[in-house]
Design a protein around this ligand. Sequence first.
Ligand code: OSB
Ligand code: MG
Length: 368
Amino acid sequence: MKVTEVVLRHMKMRMKSPFTTSFGTFQDKEFLLLEAKDENGVSGWGESVAFHSPWYNEETLKTNWHMLEDFIIPNLLNKEMSHPDEVSETLSYIRKNNMAKAAFESAVWDLYARQKGIPLAAALGGTGSEIEVGISIGIQNTVVDLLNLIDEYVTEGYKRMKVKIKPGWDVDVIRKVRKHFPEVPLMADANSAYRLKDIDLLKQLDQFNLMMIEQPLASDDIIDHAVLQKEIKTPVCLDESIHSYEDARKAIELGACKIINIKIGRVGGLTESRRIHDLCQERGIPVWCGGMLESGIGRAHNIALTTLSNFVMPGDTAASSRYWDRDLIQPEVTVDNGMIKVPEKPGLGYEPNMEAIKQFTVSEKSYS
Ligand code: OSB
Ligand code: MG
């Protein structure tokens, strides 16, 4: 297998509604799409989940473009490979920049599965015909707005509700949600908004029977998470802290978390995602697939990954229509009673919608 041409596209899509986390709000989603073509004109597709600005991690669309153009593409263009696992091996000398690596690597996985004529899920070793999904709800203007949204998503059948929290929008909000929805599977995501000194506040969340609290403390601090996890009953789930198999191993050995959120971009691709999945399975740590407000291309990769057997908790991969008026794939991702049917066609199993891709492309460049 060989990639003989790469097309990078700078995309800009407006979400149906703004998304607010403890870091801030945005509605226009700018990201990079990567198309990897082989000598027969077959294309594999990847999406970088780096945002326009470096608030989730240090990467941005522009740093990704730079890493791809100046290092990753020159390293991999026309390189003969027998398996997509070789992509991360080849790129291992480049420090971090995991989202840029994952954009290329995940496109190669799609290309590989298309060439073999098998679904990406099967190429990864996944099984099962459908996956369970939940939904992530950003910080709202009022608690009533939040309760109305939860009501809507519960009615649609989503399997768990994730509520973003930050100082000033936490214990009282979760209390009200719990009061209105005593049974709903519920969790909170802090996106690193707290410090260990906030432990008394975080302890108060123990009374609400949350499935977990996601990334309460700093992204580079698995030590304090270990201290916190010993003091609270609610399981800690790490998101921003886990960049690799090694991070996952150390977090587990320190007792910094009981659950791990795997994001393909954050860990540098599908090969590393699968290694982390396997490690967690051996160590009895359940995992679920996080989301980064992806277009259909990234969404399709998430669906395929989620078919691995230790993805035992609902992920954040909601329906295309929850984010977009028009998505980049055909058919779009649909959710029926909280379940997504895993596509059976080769590769991602969804076709890129070239008209939609054109509509949302700001600029593009081809490398061969
Ligand atoms: O922390 O999981 C997160 C969105 C952007 C950045 C970080 C996160 C999120 C979400 C939304 O929670 C997930 C999604 O709906 O794709
Ligand atoms: Mg998170």
